[in-house]
Design a protein around this ligand. Structure first.
Ligand SMILES: [Zn+2]
Ligand SMILES: [Zn+2]
Length: 140
């Protein structure tokens, strides 16, 4: 195999820093300390999230495809607060995960365990949504 077989890497293809096409999300993410998070009430835990209202809503809807009901999205801290002690510390952690959501992005302020659960649910939601779209396409 010659080195010429490997495709050239174009710098703009790098996905280390996916560009956020939504200005409102971009603004919320860069000034995240100034933004109070919204809270997504999932079945087993509560996820503090930062993004623009539109993409937070979109994120909640997609997560809802993986469950029986769409999780509630609150703009204020829920009465029960955050039950996981690690998640409560997560906002002070500078390496927060940013999840791309259709042209926008949502940052999760969760401990690694719950972050992984959230990503799994979001992925499952995306898969389910894709299947629904595919079957609709076929029935047309
Ligand atoms: Zn947005
Ligand atoms: Zn947690």
């Amino acid at each position: 195999m010659s080195p010429a077989d490997s495709p050239p890497r174009r710098p703009e293809d790098g996905d280390d820093h996916p560009s956020v096409q939504c200005d409102a999300c971009e603004e919320a993410l860069t000034a995240r300390r100034a933004h109070s998070p919204s809270f997504l009430l999932l079945e087993t835990f509560t996820a503090p999230l930062i993004g623009c209202p539109e993409h937070l809503e979109e994120f909640a809807t997609i997560c809802g495809y993986a469950t029986a009901t769409t999780p509630d999205l609150l703009e204020h801290r829920p009465a029960g607060g955050i039950s996981c002690p690690s998640c409560r510390l997560a906002p002070h952690n500078p390496t927060q995960l940013v999840i791309p959501v259709r042209g926008g992005a949502v940052a999760s302020l969760l401990c690694p365990t719950h972050q992984a659960e959230l990503v799994t649910q979001f992925q499952n939601g995306l898969d389910t949504q894709q299947q629904l779209t595919d079957s609709l396409d076929r029935s047309l």
